[in-house]
Design a protein. Sequence first.
Length: 451
Amino acid sequence: MNLKLLIYRARVRGVPVYCCFLLLLYILYKQIFHPKLKHADCVPQHLQQYVKFNEKFMWEPCELQSAEISKLASTIELLNYERTVFQTQKYGIVTSKTNMLVVQVHRDVERLQYLIVSLAQVRDVESVLLVFSHSYYDDRINKLVSGITFCRFMQIFYPYSLQLYPNKFPGIDPDDCVSTAGRTKRFCSSRDGRLTEHKHHWWWKANFIFNNLDWSDTFKGTVVFLQEDDYVLPDLLYMLRYMTRSQAYLPGLHLLSFGRPRAKDLDFDVLSVSSWHPPFDKGLAFNKSLWHKISAVSSYYCLYDDLSWSYSLLNAFRKFNEGHVDMVATQMPRVVSTSTFPSGRAAMQQIALWLVGARMFPSNVKAVMLYSSTGRVNSGVKPPPRGNGGWGDLRDHLLCLDPLMSTTTSNTNDMSATTYSQTTTKAADYITVAQHKMNMSIADLRNMNFK
Ligand SMILES: *[C@@H]1O[C@H](CO)[C@@H](O)[C@H](O)[C@H]1NC(C)=O
Ligand SMILES: *[C@@H]1O[C@H](CO)[C@@H](O)[C@H](O)[C@H]1NC(C)=O
């Protein structure tokens, strides 16, 4: 557009000069201070295949009939039993030293697709195993995941999801105070299955990957925990190497954290050492040694009356001999939450702007610890003595304490050998409803056409 001509026309129509001038200034200001990267600039051509859902994508309401639910339950049981790792032909088999990135997925596919785009750009990603743990089974999500070609991946499915138990515990049970009808009854347990699912799923998934994978017994790698609404930076695994190395120098560092709330002027080359507490729960990472210690105090996770997995974990850490767990964290987050943005797409564009000129892949990294005159700063952040509530139901406690009991995960191939313990107490009866015995042969199940 010819600017001179535009101004001339405006002048002819009697618009004062200063208006044109102000407009011009405004346009310049927008260009300089709020430049917008185009979608194509942020998602390289070869990764555009992972972007399938636009910002307006909505799930249509879908209520499964009980026959469909039991089919789905069998499918999920089979998939969790098979635990197939894909892309091993290209990237080799998984060993007990392979690091894992584990993503907890519900159904925010719009954000998930950008997480996948960001993972694809992580240097060295071909060395890890990507695990997707789903609490919602849908062909569209599965198709998005199974299109991954940049590293090895596998999918596991949370077997006590709301999708499989829409109208009974662990879903929304008529015995809950807040039932689907929104009624509040007098003698009932105040739980909301929609809120308890996340903490259950986190725990189940951690149990599954540390105990039930073929290499779990001898697993020596690190597991990085992610969520569908995270976005990772390209030097995530590069920094992981530094952080693992710092563990050797500073004994007692058992936790790694890649995410903290973003702030201005953070250094890409600084690792900070302090005792762990939320909100350092984005991109939390640890290995099986710490998992053993956590499992030993699992009741402090499972009985803690709080819906948040990270505060429950903090409560469990309080029961360690040291009373806390030290972590090493990247000062500049390498895992950024996209949930504070209107959409995954908006987040990705903003993050791409932040990263313009960023000094990722630092060649020197220093670990810092905060001291004050009274000793180490924040050496014992205490959670509130009582949790924030929502997790007071005995049924939730019991399911959490034994999350894997009905998954067919034994290493024997004999499906019929899976036996379920008979329980007699009233509370435990609630849990056993979650079991479904495999009555079909594997071949039958494989041929089953599940929609
Ligand atoms: C886990 O990491 C710690 C360092 O924090 C190390 O001492 C330990 O050997 C590791 N455990 C396994 C099973 O690799
Ligand atoms: C499972 O199989 C057994 C025998 O093979 C049969 O008696 C039983 O009815 C079956 N159960 C279901 C739910 O199909």
